[in-house]
Design a protein around this ligand. Structure first.
Ligand code: GLP
Length: 243
């Protein structure tokens, strides 16, 4: 695992965007795994700026998103479909036919999860997977659990995740209770992983996930076993790692 310390959120966002840009430049037809949350927004802004400067071409890439709330329509401004269009897809020359987010409106969880998992396999896997990190160590929506869930599945969100994400909704009652997410196996099969983390409130979980025991209680801890992970995090988020 490579850890790149940055000054602050802006510096983290620039460095993460540069890593993604290098992937797109060296393999224009690559498959990018994408994430939502506040952590990658600056990364997307930097990618958009590179596109606007004529430095980056998204026309051949395919994207697969990590997760989606179950039961939110695409036009709901809290759906991850909406988020991705707002922060990236509608701002660059990506082929929208080649952007993929789990279908939160498919009521049959088993059917949707199987479809999404097989679809990712049919693409030949993910070249570079971007991740954020939840305060309880979740990646995608893989919540702390007794075992690592391997494939795309439907999760019941934990109270702490509902609490953390309620800031985006009118109230905690409006936060969906379930989501579809790539599994830990789906994520671990990505050839490269790039995780972004920022802020003091992530310091405890960053230390625990990357320097603690590998356990499904801290889902991100499994990344210690992946051969090609880069963590780009600011000084505040790295303030509690052992030196
Ligand atoms: C959400 C998403 C995750 C994200 C995490 C952290 O619940 N499902 O993919 O990484 O929360 O979000 P943030 O970056 O806003 O702290």
């Amino acid at each position: 695992m490579k850890i790149i310390e940055t000054k602050d959120y802006a510096d983290m966002s620039r460095k993460a965007a540069n890593i993604i840009a290098a992937q797109i430049i060296t393999k224009p037809e690559c498959v990018l795994g994408l994430a939502t949350g506040s952590s990658p927004i600056g990364t997307y802004d930097n990618l958009v700026a590179m596109y606007e400067n004529g430095d980056l071409d998204f026309s051949e890439i395919t994207t697969v998103n990590l997760d989606e709330y179950k039961g939110l329509t695409r036009d709901n401004d809290q759906s991850y479909y909406y988020f991705m269009h707002e922060h990236l897809f509608d701002r660059v020359n990506i082929d929208s036919e080649r952007t993929n987010v789990p279908n939160g409106m498919e009521a049959d969880a088993e059917k949707e999860c199987k479809r999404y998992e097989e679809f990712i396999k049919s693409l030949g896997g993910v070249d570079l997977q971007l991740l954020g990190l939840g305060h309880n160590g979740h990646i995608g929506f893989n919540e702390p659990a007794p075992v690592f869930e391997k494939e795309t599945h439907c999760v019941n969100l934990t109270e702490s995740t509902i609490e953390a994400n309620k800031r985006f909704f009118a109230s905690a009652d409006d936060v969906p209770r379930q989501a579809y997410t790539m599994g830990i196996g789906t994520i671990m099969r990505a050839k490269k992983i790039l995780l972004v983390a920022s802020g003091e409130d992530k310091a405890d979980i960053v230390a625990k996930a990357f320097f603690g025991e590998v356990t499904p209680d801290v889902p991100a801890s499994i990344l210690q076993m992946h051969p090609d992970v880069t963590v780009v995090a600011d000084a505040a988020a790295l303030s509690k790692i052992p030196r």
